[in-house]
Design a binder for this molecule. Structure first.
Ligand code: NI
Ligand code: MN
Length: 232
């Protein structure tokens, strides 16, 4: 299983059976993107919410590749109205696609589709737990602030192996909150995201790593550069 960071909150997960799952494909307008939008060919696109820096190139990718978009009901409806395949789900629910189990979980963030001329309601922002056919549990936190259920539900019940956690501040948690979220979720490994895309969310990953080390030294912090891959 491989997890490739494309920059910002965009990740490509390639499972052992070579299934490609793209999360929050903000590529063509992403100054930190490591790929061209023509070069991605996902089977599934997962969206945590409808903000432009997450929805990104979803429609172009669906049009070119025939990928299926998986999102909360309101966003799935929006994508399906443009004529593309979707799977609609909602917070607390799970689906299984091609032996991959996907559970939609909470995030604490706003959620409108913000790039249309008129703002379209986008339900709620969410996070995802992705359990590959090999049994790896990957948690993508989406955009979020800290909330207590990270410890009781996400960490306590779902027990991810690897967590992808926003640390950029201003629109999401910063390095300290991200480190505390990591401690509560208690994965074996954490990869920070949603930082250094723009000057306004610039962060030093060393600060985040140090906070994690102080809070729980058993958790390994993996720092990727856009374009780099973590393999398990
Ligand atoms: Ni957002
Ligand atoms: Mn964002």
């Amino acid at each position: 299983m491989e997890i490739k960071w494309l920059g910002h909150s965009a990740f490509e997960i390639i499972t052992d059976k070579n299934l490609k799952i793209l999360i929050d494909p903000f590529i063509s307008n992403n100054p930190s993107s490591s790929v061209a939008v023509e070069d991605v060919s996902p089977d599934y696109v997962l969206l945590t919410h409808g903000h432009s820096d997450h929805f990104g190139d979803t429609l172009e990718i669906a049009d070119r590749t025939g990928s299926t978009t998986i999102a909360i009901h309101e966003i799935a409806l929006f994508v399906s109205k443009q004529g593309f395949d979707t799977i609609s789900m909602n917070i607390g629910g799970s689906i299984v696609v091609d032996d991959i189990k996907i559970t939609m979980l909470d995030a604490r963030h706003s959620a409108d589709i913000d790039f249309m001329e008129d703002v379209v309601p986008g339900g709620y922002a969410c996070s995802f737990l992705i359990e590959t056919e090999g049994g790896s549990k990957i948690f993508h936190a989406g955009d979020t602030g800290l909330f207590g259920d990270m410890e009781t539900i996400i960490g306590g019940l779902y027990k991810p192996d690897i967590a992808l956690i926003p640390i950029g501040g201003k629109f999401t948690m910063g390095p300290f909150e991200g480190a505390l979220a990591t401690k509560w979720i208690s994965p074996k490994k954490v990869i920070p995201m949603h930082y250094n895309t723009f000057p306004i969310i610039e962060q030093d990953t060393f600060v985040f790593s140090n906070f994690v080390k102080q809070l729980d030294s058993n958790i390994e912090v993996i720092i990727l550069n856009p374009g780099e891959t973590y393999s398990d």
